[in-house]
Ligand binder design. Structure first.
Ligand code: HEM
Length: 485
C-alpha cells in the first residue's frame, strides 16, 4: 500500500507505469496502519486535512481507511457529477446515517430509496416558495420580539453574545413555524440539548460503532438527557395539537408546518404520514432548521461588524426598500446586496462545511478513474468555496461576487445547501428567514467588534461554528434618520 501510493502521487519523480492499479486508485496519501494516522489527523483538523489533500493530490484523490476505499472530489464538476449525474448510484454513508438516525429517527434526512422518495415528495409540498411565504410573518414576529428587548431603553448600546441571540431567534422561528408557539423558557434547555447532540454526533462519526447509550460512559448521560428533553418538547407540541384536533377538527387546517404535515397526503397513494413519521419530520425540521440558519447568521453578523461599509450599504438598501416597516418575502428580490452578503458569509463559512459522505451502489467512472461499487465519496463545500480558481481572493469578504454582472461562478463551486436530489429541503425557507432576520437587525442596530477582538477561528462540529463566542457591540440606529448614524 505504502509503495503503491508513493508511485501514484503527482510529486513522485518515478514515472508512473500504466498498470491496472492506476485505473482504480487515484493519487492519495500514504495510508499506513489501516489509515489510523490519517483518521486521527482528520479528527484533529478535518478542514485543514482536506485542504492539504487537495493541494498535494489535486481534485480527485484516493485513500484507504481500514476497510474503506475513500475518494475525495474537490472540483465543482466532479462534485456535481457525483451528486447530480450519478445520484441514483449513491446512498449516504451508513455510519453517518446510523449516528443521525438516533436523533432524527427515520426522517427524510436519514431514509433512502422508495421511503425517502415518498417522504421527500410529500414534504416538498410544505416547503414551496408559496408555503414559505406564509411563514414569513411568524419569522418576523420572532425577530421583533428578540430584537426589541435587546438594548435596554435607557442605554444607546449593549454588548451582545450573538451565538445565544441567533440560536434563540432561530429556535423561536422554527417553533413558531412548526407549532405556532414561541420558544420562551423552553429555549435555553433546547439550545443546550441541540448543541450537546451535535457535538456528540460529530464525535461518534469518527468511531466505528456507537456503544449503547445506557452504558455509564463519559458523555452518555448528557446525550440521554439532551435526547429526552428534545423528544419531550416535540412530542408535547404534537400531543397538544392532536388533542386540539380531537376537540375541534378544523384545528387540523392550521397553517403552521405541523398542520401541513398532518394534512399531507401522498399524491400516488392518498396516504398520510404515520404518527412516527410526523414526529421524526418535526424533529428533523426543528434540528436541521434552526442550528444551520443560526450558524449562518452568526458568521454573517461577525462579518458585518468587521466590514462596516458593507453593512451600511445593506442597511441603506433595506431602508430604501422597506423603510421602517417590516420586511416580507415580496422585498427579497429588491435586496440584492443584503442577499449577496449572506451568500458570501455562507461561502466563507458554510454551515455544513462537509456534506455527508456517500457510498457507491454501482461502479462509476469519474475523471477517468474507475470507482468500484462500495467506495466512499466525500465532498467538502469548504474546499470548493475557498478555491482561488472559482473565487479570486478566496479568503476575502467580497459580496459583489454574487451581484448581477459579476464574473459567473461555475455551477457547483458554491454549494452551501448541497446539490442534486438530496439538496437541502429547507433551502428556500432558510434564505427567506435569513434575509428577513438580517434586514430587521440592520434596521435597528449597527454592529461593532469590541476593541482587540481576536480573529474568529472556525471549528467543525456537525455545523461549522466559531471557536470563540462572537460578542458584538450593538448600537441603536436612529430609525428616523438611519443614514446620519
Ligand atoms: C443556512 C441554513 C441551511 C443550510 C446551510 C443547510 C444545508 C443543508 C445541506 C448541505 C443539506 C444536504 C446534505 C447532503 O447532501 O447530504 C441539507 C439537507 C437538508 N436540510 Fe438543510 N440547511 C439549512 C437550513 C435548513 C432548514 C431551515 C430546514 C428545514 C426547515 C432544512 C432541512 C433540511 C432537510 C430536511 C434536509 C435533508 C434533505 C434530504 O436528504 O432529502 N435545512 N441542508
Amino acid at each position: 500500500m505504502h509503495y503503491m501510493n508513493a508511485v501514484l502521487t503527482p510529486t513522485s519523480t518515478t514515472p508512473t507505469p500504466p498498470s491496472p492499479i492506476r485505473r482504480t486508485h487515484a493519487p492519495g496519501p500514504v495510508s499506513r496502519w489501516w489509515g489510523l494516522p490519517l483518521l486521527s489527523e482528520m479528527k484533529r483538523d478535518y478542514l485543514g486535512f482536506v485542504t492539504r489533500l487537495q493541494r498535494t493530490h489535486g481534485d480527485i484523490s484516493y485513500m484507504r481507511l481500514g476497510n474503506e476505499h475513500a475518494w475525495d472530489l474537490m472540483s465543482p464538476d466532479l462534485a456535481r457529477e457525483a451528486l447530480v449525474t450519478h445520484a441514483d448510484a449513491l446512498i449516504r454513508w451508513e455510519r453517518g446515517i446510523e449516528v443521525f438516525a438516533q436523533v432524527f429517527g427515520q426522517s427524510v434526512l436519514v431514509t433512502e430509496g422508495a421511503t425517502w422518495q415518498r417522504q421527500r415528495r410529500m414534504l416538498m409540498a410544505a416547503f414551496t416558495p408559496k408555503q414559505v411565504a406564509g411563514y414569513a410573518e411568524l419569522m418576523t414576529t420572532a425577530a421583533q420580539d428578540a430584537f426589541d428587548t435587546l438594548v435596554p431603553d435607557n442605554q444607546p448600546h449593549t454588548m451582545v453574545t450573538m451565538d445565544a441571540l441567533w440560536s434563540r431567534v432561530a429556535m423561536d422561528v422554527i417553533l413558531r413555524t412548526l407549532f405556532s408557539r414561541s420558544a420562551q423558557q423552553q429555549s435555553l434547555v433546547a439550545i443546550e440539548a441541540t448543541q450537546t447532540l451535535s457535538a456528540t454526533a460529530y464525535r461518534e462519526m469518527f468511531r466505528l460503532f456507537t456503544l449503547p447509550d445506557w452504558l455509564p460512559l463519559p458523555g452518555k448521560a448528557a446525550k440521554r438527557k439532551a435526547l429526552r428533553s428534545l423528544r419531550h418538547l416535540i412530542q408535547g407540541h404534537i400531543t397538544e395539537r392532536q388533542a386540539a384536533i380531537a376537540a375541534q377538527p378544523d384545528q387540523q387546517s392550521r397553517q403552521d408546518l405541523l398542520g401541513r404535515l398532518l394534512a399531507l397526503r401522498d399524491e400516488a397513494t392518498g396516504t398520510a404520514l404515520s404518527s412516527q413519521e410526523v414526529f421524526d419530520q418535526c424533529m428533523v425540521s426543528f434540528q436541521a432548521g434552526h442550528e444551520t440558519s443560526a450558524t449562518a447568521l452568526l458568521w454573517w453578523s461577525r462579518l458585518m461588524a468587521e466590514h462596516p461599509a458593507a453593512a451600511q450599504r445593506a442597511r441603506d438598501e433595506v431602508r430604501a426598500v422597506v423603510g421602517n416597516g417590516t420586511p416580507g418575502p415580496q422585498h427579497m428580490a429588491q435586496l440584492p446586496w443584503l442577499t449577496a452578503t449572506l451568500k458570501e458569509a455562507m461561502r466563507l463559512y458554510p454551515p455544513v462545511a462537509a456534506i455527508m459522505s456517500r457510498r457507491t451502489t454501482a461502479p462509476l467512472v469519474l475523471d477517468g478513474w474507475h470507482i468500484p461499487k462500495g467506495a466512499m465519496l466525500r465532498i467538502t463545500p469548504w474546499v470548493l468555496h475557498h478555491d482561488e480558481r472559482w473565487f479570486a481572493q478566496a479568503h476575502a469578504f467580497r459580496p459583489e461576487r454574487f451581484l448581477d454582472g459579476a464574473p459567473p461562478i461555475p455551477k457547483g463551486a458554491w454549494m452551501p445547501f448541497g446539490a442534486g436530489p438530496r439538496v437541502c429541503l429547507g433551502q428556500h425557507f432558510a434564505m427567506v428567514e435569513m434575509t428577513l432576520l438580517s434586514a430587521m437587525l440592520l434596521q435597528r442596530f449597527t454592529l461593532e467588534l469590541p476593541e482587540g477582538a481576536a480573529p474568529c477561528e472556525p471549528e467543525l462540529h456537525v455545523t461549522l461554528r466559531p471557536k470563540q463566542a462572537v460578542v458584538l457591540r450593538l448600537t441603536r440606529v436612529d430609525r428616523a434618520n438611519p443614514i446620519a448614524h
